[in-house]
Design a protein. Sequence first.
Length: 486
Amino acid sequence: MSVRVRFAPSPTGYLHVGGLRTALYNYLFARHHGGVCVLRIEDTDRTRLVEDAVENIISISRWAGIEYDESPEKGGPYGPYTQSERFDLYREHAQKLIDNGTAYYAFDTSDELDSMRIRQQAAGLAPKYDRSTMRNQYTLGAEETARLLKENAPHVIRLKVPLTADVRFHDMIRGDLVFGGRDIDDQILLKSDGFPTYHLANVVDDYSMKITHVIRGEEWLPSTPKHVLLYEAFGWPVPQFAHLPLLLDVNKKKLSKRDGDVSVEDFRTAGYFKEALVNFVALLGWNPTADREIFSMDELIQLFSLEKANKAGAVFDRQKLEWMNSQYLRSMPDEELLKELTPVMDEAGFKNVTPEYALKVLHLVRERITKVNDVPRFADYMFGPVTTVEEEYFKKHWTAETARRVENLLPKLENPDNWKSAEIEAIVKAEATELGIKPVAFIHALRLIITGKSVGATLFDTMEILGKQECLQRIQHFSTENSDKF
């Protein structure tokens, strides 16, 4: 069987990391089986549309390496497209269900529906459309229904759900599932304004696009019985379903926007590598092997299997993402790092930094950072004079005795022509030995002078990259500025 899957987001905001995982799993599944992955924009809820959301979905997918087979550039008979352009198709199919007796007209007002729900709640019943008492074609009769339709009375079309039969389907992740028919509402298929509901449009599109596997989030599991009933009402084959586990925060609660940045755009702006984010998201609910965690896109495609996906929710651990991004940072080729680093330096205002120098700094600090975006903040002292120092670090390591020792060390640092890390270290250690103190006393003082910070990369490597003249100037300036602070 030829595999066809779809990613079908609603354009109600920028793409969430959960949406990226759904898109990625559909893409991996299609590529693994030599099939097709299609993009579909489900915009039937016109009240929640967000400007530029569609462009963001396409842009982020492309950035992440997910290329849909029937893209705007490639055209194709099925998409991507917007459901709002296909309303005639949905109305036509709703009428087919009316004609075959599996759907019906209902003329209830909002007040009448509210009263129905109040009665049901008072009786201890779950709110559900009561076909036997409300104003629909079964209680009104054929003649009254025809009259109301002729007068264009406001109405909806509802699915006639069988009350006795259970709804059964197989989920590729969760196994065989059964839902009681009496628990399923007579869902609205076509609203009074002629707009289709999600359920009708979703099923009609999946069938017309020849979708073989519906891979989506667990939140859609309660809707699946309604979709199965719709397939049966049309007489269509039911696709295979796979409902992915929820994404959870570290407290095991559903990940939401209240937890902070959860849109993919936020992570891209923050400086995470696309390879690291894709790798991390791919392992949220699935892992092909227990002995490794770093995979390329090609490896993910080769190894992907829905049968290995977990039922339980997957924890979105930001610390784990930080770690994974750092692994990519430390292994990425220089030319790729430069592509990421150059715009970061420009945005930080360091426009005159040469690529060669920026790379040296990145190599210097990358064992202590997790993202390229951290470079200007963590190592700002590498791109300009030190303007502030950590107060507690200063109080602890800058004394009259320290100042005197540094003053005596300065001429010796002026001597070497070969300004390399090893030579600088040798001079400092020799001076410490002569004074009978530990080298760390000098190291703390020099780190304070050179960087202003208590934490940083290896001091002597830092001094080598900054250069002899810059380091000597900083030492002289610091000593002069702080000579009276004892």
